[in-house]
Design a protein around this ligand. Sequence first.
Ligand code: NAD
Ligand code: UFG
Length: 356
Amino acid sequence: MPENFMKNKILVTGGAGYLGSHTCIALHEAGYDIAVYDNLSNSSREAINRVSTLIGQKIEFIEGDIRDAELLRQVFASHEFFGVIHFAGLKAVGESVVKPLLYYNNNVGGTIILLEVMAEYDVKSLVFSSSATVYGDPDTLPIDESSKRFCTNPYGQSKLAIEYILEDLAKADNSWNLIALRYFNPIGAHSSGQIGEDPNGIPNNLMPYISQVAVGKLEKLSIFGNDYPTVDGTGVRDFIHVTDLAQGHVAALDYLEQQISSNKINISKKKSVGFLPINLGTGGGTSVLELVNAFTEVTGRDISYQFTDRRLGDIASCYADIDKAKFLLGWKAKLSIHDMCQDSWRWQILNPNGYD
Ligand code: NAD
Ligand code: UFG
């Protein structure tokens, strides 16, 4: 990257959370200077402390809500940001069905306020945490970025609404550079075992549930459905190691920097990135039973399970077409299902009660 040319300070909203904390480490290792902005509604200060210890440097942390425009203005006025990585948001599908206004207010309302403040300070580069949930039940597999988008729950609708807002913004003003990373199923933890996923109460997602059964906190895993048209009847997902996902964000920022600097140098080619959706997955599917078996193989722990009815809203199979990430960002996931199990397990045994 050309020295003294690009600003490389990044604001990471939601940086105290599961994906954000791992990405902070990857950004630091790649030479980015970061400030984290998080209201700690679903995370703890301890995650920030541990990231600081891991990188050997105190992370700049601002406790704040993305809906607080005044505080955001103060933060933008006192820093020179190159761009924003925007993880902040609520993510529990079930809760979103019960509290739709909270989800629209926090996720959509909060993102609009963030974008307005970014515009005021002429910071026009954003990497947004979207989700494979925007594809709903896909017609074809693997899912590429041009697949139709359709969601049924308020959480998914909030992600889709934000994507539409970003698209409209890019159409209206061609100085924006907006990447929506559509994550498939991130699992695993940092190889140190110091940071990881810390769900509140009983986990909704598969890997934290498996780990808590393995450690004896939960008795038995319920596998939701064994009659799907898949390899063994259980659901198939594209599980991706959180460390690979974090690297995907570094690749997305590097891409934005390259594009912006080449457009500045070559004025005749003046064209911004606009709105760019990119899948972050491995490109392969693993069934629920395959993941359970891999976990047992790696850890030596048996996972008791029972088959129960399908979970409402679940789909049979979901995995990514990863060509766009490969060709545009030069990024590809490297870690295996075994690495994901090993690292989830290390985090679980070292931190049986998460960050508490
Ligand atoms: P997380 O809950 O661990 O992290 C989100 C962070 O945002 C938390 O630290 C929370 O305190 C913060 N936050 C929430 N609302 C805020 C607000 N109004 N102002 C400031 N901070 C706020 O979740 P995660 O798993 O790290 O997910 C990060 C992002 O990625 C979310 O937007 C989520 O929807 C998206 N995503 C996650 C997954 C997944 O499986 N983990 C999959 C697809 C997309
Ligand atoms: N599953 C079980 N038992 C459990 C939990 C999950 O059998 O206790 C099964 C599900 O039925 C599904 C698979 O495990 O077949 C994965 O389920 P998760 O809840 O771990 O993940 P989802 O694919 O349902 O959804 C996740 C996030 C969403 C995100 C989506 C795509 O929770 O927010 O990945 O990125 F949108």
